[in-house]
Ligand binder design. Structure first.
Ligand SMILES: *Cc1c(COP(=O)(O)O)cnc(C)c1O
Length: 428
């Protein structure tokens, strides 16, 4: 770091020499990892570029239709570009998905029928999906899968890995199992994200027992962290959010579903209605941002991965338990830091907020966020509301007080944010 930068940060954020020393050490330690990330980034950038070229994307794809949105070229071609990038037969990319949960829920509702069973094999699904499935303990009449008669079973992880024996037993004994749920990312858990190799192994295992089940992967936070996506290693269906990795920080909203053509089509009848599916939906002039976001996504994702890796190392050097460690193979952009202390956790999040370009003057506080069972604190000073490909940190307020950091449109920004957060903890 240049001396002038240090001077600036010292005056502006009261970051002291100790922290700069830790930062220098952390940066030196992560150098090897960063080289690997650059190689993945380069591969994915070329993959995305080729998809744009194959689909002959031009200026005319950035205009938009109105009303029904029949033959919206931008929309229909973006579906094809996504399908190519994700190695899928088809994709459904829409600004009409309000968030990732909506895309995931649409994929599930579209492919499950009354008396089918959804079997989760990577433990409890992400918090917001629990309401979709109907296992949030609230028993509301809200049209969850459960209320529609879709059964749910779950196999917990064993020593952090898949419980192959139980998976085999369930698949052989329960013929009503129709969809398998896998979650690539950590979510609010304390485990490493599943690598593409791990997903490939379990999917192969599942398909050898029952070739007719639909393997669905919650791919949130996973896109472009590796050179393959779950759809390239056997997943039938994946879904995710456009205000995470794949929107590149540019897409203003939305989600995607991708995978086998028949599965994506079933989902499209849930996004709109049977008989209409993917053929309607005007796009409000957001197509250019969605294309441009996808184009930038391989780069932006790696900026975030570098931020997470730097965070992992510097927090570890500062004496905190972290997951993943900086040398672990990553499969999402999340960095978990265990504080074992509520005040430290809250101060860390406040530090990230103070380092944001937007709303840096705001103090974030724990609140009752819709869809979550514990209070949640969220540091998010983002250009796009709630965007977590932008530097953000959040945490459910429960023991052992783990913060989840993710994003950073530029590594430089992620680094500054982390240094501010660390000094807030060490100085208080
Ligand atoms: C972010 C996320 C979701 C969806 O969350 P939204 O806030 O609705 O976009 C689902 N699963 C995982 C693992 C996630 O990280």
């Amino acid at each position: 770091m240049l001396k002038v930068t240090e001077e600036l940060l010292k005056i502006r954020y009261k970051i002291n020499n100790n922290i700069f020393k830790l930062s220098d050490k952390a940066l030196a330690d992560v150098e090897e990892q960063f080289k690997k990330f650059d190689e993945i980034r380069e591969f994915n950038q070329n993959k995305v570029l080729a998809a744009f070229q194959e689909e002959r994307i031009s200026d005319s794809h950035f205009t938009n239709t109105t009303g029904y949105g029949y033959d919206d070229m931008g929309r229909d071609s973006l579906d094809k570009v996504y399908a190519r990038v994700l190695g899928a037969e088809a994709a459904l990319v829409r600004p009409h998905f309000v968030n990732g949960t909506h895309a995931l829920g649409t994929a599930l509702f579209g492919n499950l029928r009354p008396s089918d069973t959804l079997l989760a094999v990577s433990g409890t699904p992400y918090d917001t999906l629990q309401s979709v499935i109907g296992i949030d303990g609230k028993n509301e009449r809200n049209g969850s899968l459960k209320e529609y008669g879709v059964k749910y079973k779950q196999i917990d992880l064993r020593n952090g890995g898949f419980d192959f024996d139980s998976i085999e037993k369930e698949l052989k004994n329960d013929k009503s199992i129709k969809v398998i749920h896998l979650q690539r990312s950590t979510g609010y858990g304390w485990r490493n994200a599943f690598t593409i190799e791990q997903l490939e192994e379990v999917i192969k295992f599942i398909k050898e027992i029952r070739n007719d089940v639909i393997v669905f992967v919650d791919n949130c936070y996973g896109e472009f962290v590796d050179v393959k996506e779950p759809t390239e290693v056997g997943a039938d269906l994946i879904a995710g959010s456009l205000i995470k990795n794949i929107g590149g920080g540019i897409a203003p909203t939305g989600g995607y579903i991708a995978g086998r053509k028949d599965c994506v089509e079933q989902a499209s009848y849930r996004l709109t209605v049977p008989g209409i599916g993917a053929e309607c939906g005007s796009t409000f002039g957001v197509m250019r941002s969605m294309y441009q976001g996808l184009f930038l996504a391989p780069h932006i994702t790696m900026e975030a991965v570098k931020g997470a890796t730097f965070c992992s190392r510097i927090m570890e050097l500062a004496g905190f338990e972290v997951l993943p460690k900086y040398t672990d193979k990553r499969s999402d952009i999340i960095q978990a830091i265990k504080f074992n202390d509520k005040i430290k956790l809250i101060n860390f999040c406040k530090g990230i907020q103070a380092g944001s370009p937007i709303d840096s003057f705001v103090e974030c506080e724990p609140w009752d966020m819709p869809g979550y069972n514990d209070q949640v604190i969220m540091a998010a000073g983002a250009f796009i509301q709630g965007s977590s490909i932008e530097l953000s940190a959040d945490a459910p307020i429960r023991e052992p007080y783990i913060a989840y950091l993710q994003g950073g449109l530029t590594f430089d920004h992620a680094k500054i944010g982390i240094l501010i957060a660390l000094s807030k903890i060490l100085n208080s």
